[in-house]
Design a protein around this ligand. Structure first.
Ligand code: GRF
Length: 188
């Protein structure tokens, strides 16, 4: 039987996207990469890993609804059933949420609800937290607010820099996202 198809949405380097691709057997096929930032590193990774890319930016459309309507068309055409956000720096609007209700996941580098937003690692570090971590959650209309699926703690050491902390957090992310995908999609 053919596997269900998933799309990864990313705006940046794409290390989580690559970790998913290299994670060994997943219960779904990563059949499309959606990128909203021309020239983002993730696009080169997708080319190297032979994953089709759809580059699209809201600037090309009249408004966010039109941008998302076009995306939904593309996703449907490609038979996509799940969306995994991995460093996608944009809120998901009602058009995409409506089309993929309960089927959009996000990874965030903190223990939500602590430190939501664009710089979860830096915010925890600057706040002097002793523990932070990684969260995988369902996506809703808010910023990093949907129901939590899994969390893993990462200790902040006294000699950490933001870079050393980020490196440990990313290592945890690269294991946790494939783990959650395996569990969720098999349990469907
Ligand atoms: C990750 O830290 C993820 O948690 C956050 O954005 C970062 C993306 O990193 N949402 P990468 O592009 O996967 O390397």
């Amino acid at each position: 039987m053919a596997k269900v198809k998933a799309a990864v949405f990313a705006s940046g380097s794409g290390s989580n996207f690559e970790a998913m691709m290299q994670a060994g057997e997943l219960p779904c096929e990563i059949a499309l990469l959606v990128c909203d930032k021309p020239g983002a590193g993730v696009v080169d990774r997708a080319a190297r890993l032979n994953v089709p890319v759809y580059e699209s930016s809201p600037k090309q459309f009249a408004d966010k609804a039109a941008f998302e309507k076009d995306l939904v068309g593309k996703l449907r055409e490609a038979g996509i059933e799940w969306i995994f956000l991995a460093g996608y720096m944009r809120l998901i609007g009602p058009v995409l949420l409506g089309a993929y209700e309960g089927r959009i996941l996000n990874i965030h580098p903190s223990l939500l609800p602590d430190y939501p937003g664009a710089d979860g690692i830096g915010d925890a570090f600057r706040a002097g937290a002793e523990v932070t971590g990684v969260t995988i959650h369902y996506v809703d209309a808010g910023m990093d607010t949907g129901p939590v699926i899994a969390q893993r703690e990462v200790e902040i050491m006294s000699d950490d820099t933001i870079d050393s902390l980020a490196e440990r957090i990313h290592k945890v992310e690269h294991v946790l996202y494939p783990e959650v995908i395996r569990k969720l999609i098999i349990e469907e």
